[in-house]
Design a protein around this ligand. Sequence first.
Ligand code: SF4
Ligand code: SF4
Length: 176
Amino acid sequence: MQALTNRVKDVDRRPMTFGEKIYLPAVLKGMSITFSHMFRKKPTINFPEQTRQFSPVFRGLHVLNRDEEGRERCTACGLCAVACPAEAITMEAAERKVGEENLYREEKYAARYEINMLRCIFCGLCEEACPKDAIYLSETFTPSNYNRKGLIYDKEDLLIPNPLTEKADLAKAKGL
Ligand code: SF4
Ligand code: SF4
């Protein structure tokens, strides 16, 4: 019969030798492999006590950025949502009112901004699309959660602490 691949092997049906019947050589061979691994460097990392060095291009949890005066950079233009291949971003725009210039940098801002982390594939296209440097992917993991709603991040979850009024929180968020 013609084989479909060249990986076919004939089954060895010869009677077992005495050494094969007592299994001892095979057991010793297996033990020697186990023993040799005891002296090798462990490839596993004891997370969270130890953390792995991230790649320079690692893309983690999203952050909504503020400017140096603590104002939200996002102008709710929607380009990130349009660029997102997973349709994970939702937002609602609002007009900045007189007296809110210290809160929002642009005349329009995101009154609501959500990212569904269950849909996100961490491709970084939202970051690339943003003309205001308002969203970027940080070097932080998305924490696990027991319910699906907990993985839909709203603006309060995503905004970085204010560099003027929440200096301690900002330093903590940056791991300083
Ligand atoms: S990283 Fe990619 S999938 Fe995730 S929100 Fe941004 S564009 Fe969408
Ligand atoms: S994060 Fe950037 S691209 Fe997305 S709505 Fe805000 S300003 Fe526009």
